[in-house]
Design a protein around this ligand. Structure first.
Ligand SMILES: [Zn+2]
Length: 145
């Protein structure tokens, strides 16, 4: 059993696995009019536990990840079920690595670097100031996996 994101479902013809995902991913597929390809798979939909989602969300905020809420729920589900997560989304892969999840790439190999970011002011470079400019993300730490 493997947890998959929308992209893997769309391009994943021939994946000979039991696939699971979260309801938000199925919504994404509907909005992308990709429902025809969904029928060729056996995909079970589960809701991630609040406990795992909170853990993922906390880590996302800590490292300033840009992984979407849906992606965070998918990662939480993979942790709940203790299964591999297949995604080519680098933000999601990175967040998964921070939580010691089993992460694989699908069309591309999984990232080999673990990164975190801090938010800084683009005007003065401080992380807490009164410039009134929206902060931007700046690479804070990078380590190989
Ligand atoms: Zn500033």
């Amino acid at each position: 059993m493997k947890a998959v994101d929308a992209n893997v479902i769309i391009h994943g013809r021939g994946l000979n696995e039991d696939l699971i995902t979260v309801p938000g991913v199925m919504e994404e597929l509907k909005s992308r009019k990709a429902s025809t390809s969904v029928h060729s798979f056996q995909i079970e939909t589960y809701t991630a536990s609040d406990e795992s989602f909170e853990k993922v969300n906390e880590k996302a905020e800590e490292i300033n990840s840009e992984a979407s809420k849906v992606d965070q729920k998918l990662l939480a589900l993979a942790l709940d079920k203790n299964v591999e997560l297949i995604t080519d989304d680098k933000e999601l892969q990175n967040l998964g690595l921070h939580l010691d999840a089993k992460v694989s790439g699908f069309l591309d190999p999984v990232t080999t670097e673990k990164m975190s970011w801090k938010l800084v002011c683009p005007s003065c470079g401080a992380n807490n100031c009164n410039c009134g400019v929206s902060p931007v993300r700046k690479l804070d730490q990078r380590s190989s996996v």
